[in-house]
Write a protein that binds this ligand. Structure first.
Ligand code: SF4
Length: 465
């Protein structure tokens, strides 16, 4: 099944908007409502007036694109390529417009989720060139967690206040298709109310193949056993040539799109990601985000977009580039990170409300900066993040939820703890300080979060396994 023709929306037509905070598991086939019309310069408040003043003093081509975006028109792929090259005052104007669109879409709150990453195996034979996580099964450090261990870690996460576990692993040659279902059963038996955000499209492809099921049958079976949402990882760059070089084309762009749209059609929400800053270019980023937008127009199933900068330190793609006769960049530049978050806010405006700044990839200071450049979420605080650190990432330090609250406040925004599907769970009073433990509300209940004094390792739920 390929992607169908997206809903057509003339460039000047009113923007349509995906419903925020849609409840899980029952996405309506068409979850679009009319977007409130954007104010023009004449109708605007002081912030908008200032942005229009900025736009009047920059390159006319960039100004035209940004003005149209501000007034609710769709940014095309070609226009996005131009924006991805913005510098100086043009970049400042891009950021100002992205921040304004963020404010209109989601207001002044910036969110995070308490989650735990459980990488149930690091054994994988797929040989993706960028991956510093996978090991051969007889290699030192190779592991395959037992079901008991997975359930124990989920229980520990629950005891420490997590509302979500994010489960991803390598494609272990010895596991069978039932393994994925058994993980869900083990967790649900132990902690029935835990949201399970699990299994990349690559794992779905692998599990369906091992189970001799269609992708739809396999996903439906997982939903029946408690799968709550799927990470939209393994997307890397959805471009045929780039993917061939990164993954030997083992999960093609078409397959990724088929698995994601199948999940959405079965009522299973997913995230959307991009991994950028290696052998890719702005034209690939623009095409990638445009494709995600097309999917969202068709299904409405993406909850968020998570830009993931390439972590190069111990990634074979970077360290072995001479052997592979490739030219690989050491991750995105600071300006590219800003442009990625800002341009994605513009391109996805009206379709995907939540743009996540992955602080594990960016580091806390840059992540805060992204909250002023179009992003509205910092991802998760969790335990046992190992993927970015396996690739040599520097930002796997432990961060407690109170640190997230502080980071958000320092960015000038109002902290909000959320669930996986962006349902608001908790706001924080001005007097909340480190060491004070917030309460959590789950399924209508309120639990004391006494375990949150322990240190949690923060990560993104969009690790690229
Ligand atoms: S990215 Fe995932 S599928 Fe590819 S080698 Fe690493 S663990 Fe395996």
């Amino acid at each position: 099944m390929g992607i169908q023709q997206p809903f057509s929306r003339p460039h000047s037509a009113p923007v349509m908007k995906a419903l925020p905070n849609e409840s899980i598991g029952s996405l309506p086939s068409n979850r679009l409502v009319s977007h409130t019309s954007a104010p023009t310069a004449d109708q605007a408040g002081p912030q908008v007036t200032m942005v229009y003043q900025q736009l009047s003093a920059i390159d006319p081509q960039v100004s035209t694109i940004l003005t149209a975006a501000l007034e609710g028109q769709e940014v095309s792929e070609a226009e996005a390529v131009i924006l991805f090259q913005a510098e100086g005052t043009e970049l400042e104007a891009l950021v100002a417009v992205a921040d304004l669109l963020r404010s209109r879409a989601v207001g002044e709150k910036a969110s995070f989720v308490i989650t735990r990453n459980i990488n149930f195996t690091n054994v994988c034979y797929m040989g993706c060139k960028f991956c510093g996580f996978a090991k051969r099964k007889d290699e030192s450090g190779a592991e395959l967690l037992s079901m008991q261990e997975v359930a124990k870690r989920a229980q520990q996460a629950w005891d420490r206040g997590a509302t979500e576990v994010c489960i991803q692993g390598g494609l272990h040659p010895n596991i069978d298709g039932d393994h994925y279902r058994n993980i869900l059963k083990a967790i649900k038996q132990q902690v029935p109310d835990m949201h399970i955000h699990a299994f990349s499209p690559f794992e779905i492809w692998f599990g369906a193949h091992k189970s001799k099921m269609s992708v739809a049958e396999f996903i439906q079976d997982l939903i029946n056993h408690g799968l709550g949402s799927m990470p939209g990882t393994a997307a890397e760059i959805l471009d045929v040539e780039i993917r061939k070089q990164l993954t030997k084309d083992k999960l093609t762009t078409e397959q990724w799109v088929e698995i994601i749209t199948t999940a959405h059609q079965l009522g299973l929400p997913t995230t959307a990601t991009i991994m950028y800053g290696h052998i890719d270019e702005p034209r690939h980023w623009a095409a990638h985000i445009r494709l995600l937008r097309d999917i969202q127009k068709q299904t409405g199933g993406f909850t968020e977009f998570v830009p993931l900068g390439f972590v190069h330190y111990e990634s074979p793609l970077y360290t072995q580039q001479r052997d592979n006769d490739m030219s690989v960049r050491p991750g995105p530049t600071a300006q590219e990170n800003i442009r990625m978050h800002a341009v994605s806010r513009l391109m996805l405006n009206g379709w995907i409300d939540n743009i996540q700044a992955s602080w594990v990839k960016l580091g806390p200071a840059y992540a805060q900066q992204m909250l002023r450049s179009g992003a509205n979420d910092l991802g998760g605080t969790l335990m046992n993040e190992s993927i970015s650190r396996s690739a040599g990432g520097k930002n796997g330090q432990e961060i407690v939820p109170e640190d997230m609250v502080r980071m958000i406040r320092n960015a000038g925004r109002t902290p909000l703890r959320r669930g996986t599907l962006y349902q608001p769970l908790e706001t924080f009073s001005e007097s909340t300080t480190a060491g004070q433990v917030p309460e959590r509300s789950l399924s209508g209940g309120v639990m004391s979060q006494s375990g949150l004094g322990v240190q949690l390792i923060a990560s993104t739920a969009g690790a690229s396994v």
